[in-house]
Design a protein around this ligand. Structure first.
Ligand code: FAD
Length: 555
């Protein structure tokens, strides 16, 4: 059953109503706030100007981790909380948040000595309080190379393997939204908050613009929560135009290269000479490498990696995997996101805390920013606790947080491996001609909802066709994205419901026409929105490639 009501019905549900809580921003933070509040029985409205996870939340390294490097900067509380949340998320969404083995190589010329890394990993094991899938283990140089032969380099001394977690950030966000909706929240994309309503001196709702019609509407709420990540200061200025910014935006860029060029069996966390730690993450057809960490002062609507990011990531990759000889022409895609950190004057970007901050303005606007994908559930809980104190003043009693043991909507009834076998049986009985790879892919991407995608391809065999030849994603997923997952554009489908933008060697451009035609059918588009949506996607791809020109012509 679809989680989302028709968009027109949701728009209508905004009028003539007083919500307990209105959340601005449909990234992981806003989605978690909405889910937490809805789970406590509050009436909730969640507004997102583009698509679920369209800001930073699809652009992360996709790790659900304690953050080994935060131990170095003394952020022990953050690591402890993250490791606890990792365990909670693996239980709530085992299809989306999975254990993964990480390998940490140690070098003669860079990074910490092996004994310090070992000490840090022991602390990491201890802080997980026995909830980690296993413990770390030291490896000799030969053992490192037996696992990852591409790490061969004269500098390599030894290594460690340790357990941590990985996820699909955009889908984690989407499932949080879906859960909020199943609990009664009204959630809409394509609706931008452009003003705040006041009653006496308090914030009492928002003025929102529907991007599809250009119409403005007023939505009333007892409490408004600003969860707009990198846009947080902009929304704060809707209340007080002159208010000083609290954010320090840090741009993080990733590149992907074909896994055939950099085949890895596990995630490699490797130190650089400048003290930073990078990740090489094998993910299907590609290996993702990142990330950079540089100050950003432009518009959060226009963030891309530049030629310096590319040069930095390529140099780091070549130093760590010298025999792979990765070069510029290997790069499939780049994507960059902004960390919405709270500025701490006098500190470097590396030293700036990654913990969240919650602020309440004089007029009662609650802003939550910073934090991590990993800690989103707890951030949602803390923000609603803060809002609960304000709601109490308006006579609304709020119960305690209720998401700690609550599954996300796709959690299968059996372990994912068993669930995958069940799907293989279904496939064999109905014979839609889907490969084992596609079945495994559907089991992890959709969890229990994979049966619905499979059902589409059983009902119409043509939907079993790969969107991009050689990759496991199928046309049925485009239909499902439009019918059940609130996708409204080609970019929503190719970037966030699937990941062909950064996984397909042509970034999905070869399938653009077909994807747009399926969406046009599902969303009753005339030729104009179909062309506009395709053109917008082409611009996204173009923007992700702007570095190329400058990279070839260094000044
Ligand atoms: P966003 O995801 O940016 O969401 C804000 C949303 O608000 C956007 O969707 C935007 O469109 C919307 N919005 C803005 N203005 C308005 C408006 N006026 N009206 C309506 N909507 C509006 N964390 C981890 O735990 N693990 C990792 O591996 C990891 N890797 C990272 C790598 C990088 C490069 C970066 C940048 C961050 C990483 N993080 C990671 C951190 C994590 O990704 C972020 O903390 C998190 O995604 C921030 O989410 P958010 O919801 O606060 O912001």
């Amino acid at each position: 059953m679809t989680a989302f009501a028709p968009r027109s019905a949701r728009l209508a549900a905004l009028a003539d109503r007083l919500f307990d809580l209105l959340v601005i921003g449909g990234g992981i933070t806003g989605a978690a706030v909405a889910r937490d509040a809805a789970a406590r029985g509050l009436s909730v409205c969640l507004l997102e100007k583009k698509d679920w996870a369209a800001g930073t939340s699809w652009r992360s390294t996709k790790l659900v981790h304690g953050g080994l490097r935060y131990l170095e900067s003394g952020q022990v509380g953050l690591v402890f909380e993250s490791l606890r949340e990792r365990a909670i998320l693996m239980e709530a969404a085992p299809h989306l948040v999975r254990p993964a083995e990480f390998l940490f190589p140690e070098y003669s010329q860079r990074g910490r000595p092996a004994w310090q890394v070992g000490l840090g990993l022991t602390a990491y094991d201890l802080l997980a309080l026995g909830r980690a899938p296993s413990r770390h283990r030291g490896l000799s140089r030969a053992e490192v190379l037996r696992r990852e032969r591409l790490l061969e380099s004269p500098e390599l001394l030894s290594g460690d393997v340790y357990p941590d977690g990985r996820t699909d950030d955009a889908r984690l966000t989407l499932e949080n939204v879906m859960d909020a909706v199943s609990l009664g929240a009204v959630a809409l994309t394509g609706v931008e908050v452009v003003g705040l309503l006041r009653r006496v001196s308090a914030v009492a709702g928002v003025v929102a613009r529907d991007a599809e019609t250009g119409r403005n509407m007023e939505v009333r709420a007892r409490i408004v929560i600003n969860a707009t990540g990198p846009w947080g200061d902009r929304v704060r200025r809707l209340e007080h135009p002159g208010v000083e910014g609290i954010l320090r935006l840090s741009r993080g860029t990733h590149i992907t290269v074909p896994s055939a060029r950099l085949p890895l069996s596990r995630i490699v966390a490797f130190p650089l000479a400048d003290g930073r730690l990078l990740f090489a993450v094998p993910d299907g057809a590609v290996t993702m490498l990142g990330t950079t960490d540089t100050d950003f002062s432009g518009s959060p609507d226009e963030v891309t990696g530049d030629e310096n990011d590319l040069a930095y990531l390529l140099a780091a990759t070549r130093q760590t995997f010298p025999h792979a000889e990765i070069a510029e022409h290997d790069v499939v895609a780049t994507f960059a996101g902004l960390r919405p950190l709270v500025d701490e004057p006098g500190k470097s970007l590396e030293e700036t805390s990654r913990e969240e901050a919650i602020l309440v303005s004089d007029a009662g606007l609650v802003t939550i920013t910073g934090g991590k994908l990993t800690t989103h559930r707890r951030m949602g809980e803390k923000a609603v606790d803060r809002a609960a104190a304000l709601l109490a003043r308006q006579g609304v009693a709020v119960s305690a947080g209720a998401t700690r043991e609550r599954p996300l909507p796709g959690k299968p009834r059996s372990p994912v491996v068993e669930w995958q076998k069940h799907l293989l049986d279904l496939r064999d009985r109905s014979n839609p001609g889907l490969t084992d790879d596609t079945i495994a892919h559907l089991a992890y991407r959709y969890g229990s909802r994979a049966v619905d995608v499979l059902g589409l391809s059983i009902a119409d065999r043509s939907l079993g066709r790969p969107i991009v030849e050689g990759l496991p994603d199928i046309d049925a997923e485009v239909v499902f994205a439009a019918r059940d997952e609130d996708a409204r554009s080609v970019s929503d489908v190719l970037i966030r419901r699937t990941h062909l933008f950064w996984q397909a060697s042509d970034q999905g451009l070869g399938s653009l026409e077909r994807v747009a035609a399926i969406l046009a059918r599902e969303l009753s588009w005339s030729p104009v929105p179909m062309r506009d949506s395709s053109a917008a996607y082409e611009r996204e791809v173009e923007r992700s490639r702007t570095w190329r020109q400058k990279f070839r012509e260094p000044n």
